[in-house]
Write a protein that binds this ligand. Structure first.
Ligand SMILES: Cc1cc2nc3c(=O)[nH]c(=O)nc-3n(C[C@H](O)[C@H](O)[C@H](O)COP(=O)(O)OP(=O)(O)OC[C@H]3O[C@@H](n4cnc5c(N)ncnc54)[C@H](O)[C@@H]3O)c2cc1C
Length: 435
């Protein structure tokens, strides 16, 4: 049986490598350099389209833990990163050309992997195994096919996300529960006095924004406005817009506050909340500063920063099962950013997960979920099983892991324990269920 992989980015390269080196026959389709995307510049596999950092290697950082787990499963991107490493403190940064050339060389050297340089515009889902790893810059023609394959409503083209924080880091002694006009208690409300509101407004208009690419600018103007743009349109714009207090009575005062920042639940377990109407292009450091101006969020732990950019991804909870397989066509898998994981390493990790289960299936074994205590297991399970409402892309973070029973320790001590627990769970899992 041939496994067809569409897209030799971070995810597709991991799928091809992890299957190819186990003697599985792979046909890897990559359209570059014959047809380029808006973001790639070379014909190499696993090209890093923006930053050359693969983020932290420290185990008390979620990205560090993710990488440690990927290494345990086997990762071509991390092997190549070792060879391409450039000095960058606790982070793993690489020379992007050396990195991409190395991934390409390793995959080209596998006799089991046939490389086909062409744009895939459609395929027959009832024949062979397919892994779709075409990423956030999937070609237009293939997108049209995916629209039909999945149904139009299941494809997203734009990421307009407000910052998401953990519930446990919200100061509930100052916030209150309630929907407008007492119609329920689903939202968390963070009241602001006039002075607090003005400080927040000032922070928003003065904060630095991320430069926008042309393709993002085109899309942005068709969509909702970033919070900082609303703020710039006038001092009261927020208080008559996303921060309006109408119908929200603070039980402590019996009155409507001057303004209110509302938070909406993001997941089934109630671990994550997003700031309503706070979609933003502010730099990440600036988002931290701005949130500190909201008294109930002074110590909020941000697990996902706000963004507004083009990003093609599918509504995975609706169309995929927990193994990232199409519910309708179980021989079609998805991997990488198109599934709703976000980030280089998250995309690569999802490729490893898909390869692991494709390999099991080819050996007549049932596919397996990774343990929930691992960063990979928790992230993939969040994408498919935990999201409430529409999926918003997510990257690795400690908030995804099941909490420790002992909550008395400090943040770093807790993270060390969570990381040790994750690595132990991954080790035991791989011993019990080797590739
Ligand atoms: C502009 C931008 C900047 C980003 N910056 C960062 C960053 O700094 N740090 C970070 O961690 N993450 C970043 N990301 C997010 C994400 O991590 C990367 O996009 C990552 O490359 C996703 O990996 P992937 O394998 O899913 O897709 P990709 O790496 O994009 O790989 C998909 C591959 O599929 C190919 N392809 C597409 N359509 C077809 C087709 N029809 N037929 C054949 N081949 C096809 C493409 O040419 C490409 O090689 C960024 C995303 C974007 C869009």
């Amino acid at each position: 049986m041939i496994v067809n992989v569409i897209g030799a980015g971070l995810a597709g390269s991991e799928v091809a490598y992890n299957l190819g080196k186990r003697n599985v026959r792979v046909r890897l389709y990559e359209m570059r350099p014959l047809k380029m995307t808006e973001v790639h510049k070379t014909g190499y596999f696993a090209e890093l389209v923006c930053s050359n950092s693969l983020k932290s290697e420290d185990l008390t950082n979620a990205e560090g833990l993710l990488k440690a787990e990927m290494k345990m499963m086997g990762s071509v991107t991390l092997e190549a990163a070792e060879k391409a490493r450039v000095p960058s403190g606790k982070a793993l940064a690489v020379d992007r050309n050396v990195f991409a050339k190395e991934v390409t060389k390793v995959i080209e050297s596998l006799e089991t992997v046939e490389i086909v340089r062409k744009e895939v515009v459609q395929f027959n889902p009832s024949e062979e195994i397919w892994v779709i790893a075409t990423g956030p810059a999937t070609s237009e023609s293939f997108l049209s096919f995916l629209k039909e394959f999945l149904g139009e409503d299941f494809l997203f083209f734009f990421d307009a996300v407000s910052p998401i924080v953990t519930f446990e880091s919200i100061d509930m002694s100052c916030a209150f529960w309630g929907d407008r006009f007492g119609k329920g208690k689903d939202y968390i409300n963070c009241p602001l006095t006039k002075e607090e509101y003005e400080e927040l407004w000032r922070a928003l208009v003065e904060a630095e924004v991320i430069e926008m690419e042309d393709f993002d600018r085109r899309l942005l103007f068709e969509r909702c406005q970033p919070i900082e743009e609303i703020a710039r349109s006038g001092k009261d714009a927020l208080r008559y817009g996303p921060l309006r207090p109408t119908g929200l009575v603070d039980p402590r005062t019996g009155e409507e506050p001057y303004a209110v920042v509302q938070l909406r639940r993001e997941d089934k377990d109630g671990k994550f909340y997003s700031l309503v109407g706070f979609q933003t292009r502010l730099k990440w450091g600036e988002q931290k500063k701005v949130l500190k101006k909201i008294p109930c969020l002074r110590n909020a732990e941000i697990v996902r920063y706000g963004v507004m950019h083009r990003n093609i991804y599918i509504n995975s909870p609706k169309v995929l099962d927990v193994f990232f397989r199409s519910k309708r066509h179980p021989n079609v898998f998805f991997a990488g950013q198109i599934t709703g994981v976000e980030g280089y390493m998250e995309s690569a990790a999802s490729g490893i997960y898909v390869a692991y289960n494709v390999n099991r299936i080819l050996h007549g074994l049932p596919p397996l979920k990774l343990p929930e205590e691992t960063m990979m297991g928790a992230l993939f399970s969040y994408i498919i099983e935990r999201v409430e409402g529409n999926l918003k892309p997510m990257y690795a973070n400690f908030g995804l892991l099941p909490p420790l029973h002992d909550r008395t320790r400090g943040k770093f001590e807790r993270r060390k324990l969570l990381a040790n627990r994750a690595l132990k769970a991954m080790k035991e899992f791989l011993e019990a269920n080797p590739w």
